[in-house]
Design a protein around this ligand. Sequence first.
Ligand code: F3S
Ligand code: F3S
Length: 130
Amino acid sequence: MTYVIAEPCVDIKDRACVIECPVDCIYEGERTLYINPWECVDCHACEPVCPVEAVFHENDLPARWAQYRSVNAEYFRDAPGEGTGRAARAARADHPVVAALPPQHAVKNDLSGFAARKEETVDADPWFPW
Ligand code: F3S
Ligand code: F3S
């Protein structure tokens, strides 16, 4: 069992999860971070601190991000110990699934715009004129 970082982290990389993790098992790629399943002790500290709700227990991953269980594991598969120690902390190339994503800032800004438009619609509701 392990926790997984999914797509909302891509191009955000808030890193609050890194500060909370007691075993230092969250590693940085160029566009997202990855949890090493061989090192995670399932403590749950990372999940509630992520501001974009990118962290999930592997059994709770939404279906649309199910592949991120493999994405996190495959990032370390060929070198489970890679990234251990300060010298290896520099961000390295992303998993191909993440690397192939379009820039996510534009996608996430579009969602903010949608929320703003939804607010305008609610304000204009004749049943709630105040
Ligand atoms: Fe990413 Fe959230 Fe951690 S944005 S770096 S999973 S706090
Ligand atoms: Fe660390 Fe989160 Fe696992 S805080 S130990 S990656 S559950």
